[in-house]
Design a binder for this molecule. Structure first.
Ligand code: DX5
Ligand code: ZN
Length: 217
């Protein structure tokens, strides 16, 4: 599939989200950060808002659920129009069942790991996952500093994907910028979320193109 850039709208203007997504036409996906004030200490939006957003753009939506009990809610985001739905393994009750349920409803199934969650215990799940998200900040807020300590885990995840021969994409999220994206790509990531780097740029779409060029090396 190659390199994909998925801007996060967390740092966009929430009062003008339709216009904000129209500013990133070069993006492969729009990353929507769903937060419930329980799994993370921040609150964003739910399926009604996501459904409205899906009608406002032709770019597919990539939902990142930072919520408790994703088993009960993930399908709502497929039905809201998301082409990919990511749940956190730290919050899921039954990750295999949940991944299968997301796929059965027609979306790509993805699982996220916080920075301190190891990947090795989940290697047998890779065949169930269209994408694995390795958080490079503690989830909850945009604009945090990239955690280099996650780079060895990205390398391990890439080796495990190769070992199992799965098509699982490896996404990184948190502090990804022109400064850090090459390190992530070199370690083996292929899908890059960037929030503040894109929406604090004068020309967000040009930043998407610059990030892609940097990741492609
Ligand atoms: C953080 C979110 C990220 C956030 C990234 O918990 O999951 O998607 O928007 O923002 P930056 O790129 O500014 O770290
Ligand atoms: Zn995110």
């Amino acid at each position: 599939m190659g390199i994909q850039i998925t801007p996060s709208i967390l740092n966009a203007d929430f009062a003008r989200l339709g216009e904000e997504v129209a500013r990133i036409g070069s993006a492969d996906w729009v990353h929507v950060d769903v937060m419930d004030n329980h799994f993370v200490p921040n609150l964003t939006f739910g399926p009604t808002m996501v459904e409205a957003l899906s009608r406002a753009t032709d770019v597919p939506l990539d939902a990142h659920l930072m919520i408790e009990d994703p088993d009960a809610h993930a399908v709502e985001y497929v039905e809201a129009g998301c082409g990919s739905v990511t749940f956190h393994v730290e919050a899921a009750r039954a990750p295999v069942r949940l991944a299968r349920e997301i796929r059965a409803h027609g979306a790509r199934a993805s699982m996220a790991l916080k920075p301190a969650t190891p990947v090795e215990p989940y290697e047998e799940l890779l065949g169930e996952l269209d994408m694995l998200l390795l958080m490079t900040v503690e989830p909850g807020f945009g604009g945090q500093q990239f955690l280099d300590l996650v780079l060895p885990k990205i390398r391990t995840a890439r080796q495990l994907v190769e070992k199992h021969g799965t098509e699982t994409w490896l996404q990184v999220d948190g502090g990804v910028s022109l400064e850090t994206i090459e390190r992530c790509a070199e370690a083996g990531a292929d899908v890059f979320v960037a929030g503040s780097a894109v929406y604090r740029a004068d020309d967000p779409d040009d930043m998407v193109r610059q990030l892609r060029a940097a990741a492609e090396g």
